[in-house]
Design a protein around this ligand. Structure first.
Ligand SMILES: Cc1ncc(COP(=O)(O)O)c(C=O)c1O
Length: 330
């Protein structure tokens, strides 16, 4: 489908714009020089205009659009104390003038580091419910939502860290912006992190809808390749059903999942990902964080140097997480 057709299809879904511009694309000259490659770019999705910026702003445009269209007056988001989603949700709610409650499965912190400080400054209501498993946190959220309903409020619960079919369509805009980008050479390979899979599903499906202008390398940072594949398949199926859109090319033909950069799993840095944080800070003045973006950047550099990605027109998608950096090093 054409860009215009995709834009028209997206306009059918409720949305509240939080960003309002195409996120910048910059060239990484010093990294290119070091890697001895052609032009390498970075899509600064971390600079997307609300709170600390980054991943979940695009999904929240659609999730909060849905919430407000349904007349909801309070949004509940949950996660660990340093969750990027929670901070972005808090800032987005502030921007849209809707109440927000954050639920963290941690004890109340003595020192406010990283995202916790931003949440505090945003003035949203925060519930620290102790170190309990995620399932118990979800039960707490359900009970909280029920209590609010009984009090006459209309809560909207952001589920599964904002990874859902309804949220993932927000990421269709990323390939749409990139096909319109005027770069010295065309962008051909995208490198994105794969956590819960919402970001990757949206970017891959959107790319396939546009006929496959890019190949998307998904660097899994959390699950095995097999598990992430299954998660993505489910999201792709859901996206087809929810949007009624069928990609021009098969989703599998525009995507490769790479497991080699995950190390021992979510939140456990590797020697190379640690080095990557310093490399990008010292060569390009750009900060990555430990869990998602450092492993993705390392994946891109390694695939480029091993000739497993095209040496011209690579583009790293910077999915943010800046504030969490200050927590990750305390
Ligand atoms: C900064 C950052 N990048 C990437 C991701 C991965 O996104 P997803 O869970 O949609 O795969 C997350 C998830 O929270 C994140 O916080």
């Amino acid at each position: 489908m054409t860009e215009k057709e995709l834009e028209a299809a997206l306009s059918a879904f409720p949305r509240r714009q939080l960003c309002g511009f195409a996120t910048p694309v910059q060239r990484l000259y010093r990294l290119e020089e070091e890697q001895k490659t052609g032009p390498v770019f970075i899509k600064r999705d971390d600079l997307n205009g609300v709170g600390p910026g980054g991943n979940k702003v695009r999904p929240l445009e659609y999730l909060l659009g849905e919430a407000l269209d349904r007349g909801c007056d309070v949004v509940i988001a949950s996660g660990q104390e340093n969750s990027n989603l929670c901070s972005i949700a808090a800032s987005a709610c502030c921007r849209l003038g809707v109440s927000c409650i954050l639920v963290h499965n941690n004890p109340k912190p003595e020192h406010l580091a990283g995202n916790m400080l931003l949440n505090h400054l945003s003035g949203v209501e925060e519930h620290y419910i102790g170190s309990i498993p995620e399932q118990e946190r979800d039960r707490y959220v359900e009970e909280l939502a029920d209590r609010l309903r009984r009090e006459g409020r209309k809560p909207y619960v952001v589920e599964n860290g904002a990874t859902s079919v309804h949220g993932a369509i927000g990421y269709f805009h990323l390939p749409l912006e990139l096909v319109r980008e005027k770069t010295e050479v065309p962008i051909r390979d995208l490198f994105v992190p794969g956590g819960n899979g919402g970001l990757a599903a949206g970017v891959v499906f959107g790319t396939a809808l546009l006929g496959g202008p890019f190949h998307v390398h998904v660097i899994t940072v959390e699950n095995t390749k097999k598990t992430l594949e299954a998660i993505l398949d489910k999201l792709f199926q859901g996206l087809k059903e929810y949007t009624g859109l069928v990609p021009d090319v098969p989703v599998d033909s525009v995507m490769t999942i790479h497991e080699a950069y995950r190390g021992e799993g979510w939140g456990i840095p590797t020697k190379e990902s640690e080095e990557m944080i310093r490399r990008l800070a010292q060569r390009e003045g750009i900060f990555l964080e430990r869990i998602y973006t450092a492993k993705t950047a390392w994946g891109m550099c390694d695939l480029l140097s091993r000739g497993l990605a095209r040496r011209e027109g690579a583009c790293l998608v910077h999915s943010g997480g800046f504030a969490s950096l200050f927590y990750q090093y305390t």
